[in-house]
Design a protein around this ligand. Sequence first.
Ligand code: E4P
Length: 219
Amino acid sequence: MKFFIDTANLDQIREAQDLGILDGVTTNPSLMAKEGITGEENVIAHYKAICDIVDANVSAEVIATDYEGIVKEGEALAKLNPKIVVKVPMVKDGIKAIKYFSSKGIRTNCTLIFTAGQALLAAKAGASYVSPFLGRLDDIATDGYQLIEDIRTIFDNYEYPTEILAASVRGPMHVINCAKLGADVMTAPLSAILALLKHPLTDSGLAQFLADHAKAAGK
Ligand code: E4P
């Protein structure tokens, strides 16, 4: 499974990149705002800074929701760096724009996917990725895992090349369960990725090994 980090925080992106397991970065307008990045020039500069840090693809989200606006913004974002994947919302004009981008060889990530039907439409339009939002479905007591399983079945039935990018992943169990279900990619905050490292028996086992080594060495 590919690991993407879901943040616009440059320090966290650097930390994940240094770990050597990073396959991509996803951002969204809320994550950019959280870092205080506003105004077109600053947003563009920030995407360039992210691309300079990572050896991976970077999802950059359009703000427009009409066809002409999405195409204009998406083409400008794609020109910034070959690492950019244009993130397009699941709306009618978004689907049309994904079809257009696909014909031009511009990669896309269709975001805000909450049903298998939405994922199917995006795949038919030629999206490179679909992003089902697991955590937000959890928040409303709905089974996000079932959604990922359904999309997996549909994409496998018809051999769609579109990758399932499990998004809104909030913790380590989300990551593990998405991997079990065959999501191609997951995107999560750094905290969820680092939580995969942890087990108390690993910590106590290591402490014991080091103590035994020190004792044997007469320290
Ligand atoms: C996906 O690309 C989104 O940026 C993100 O995963 C949303 O996560 P949230 O529901 O935790 O905001």
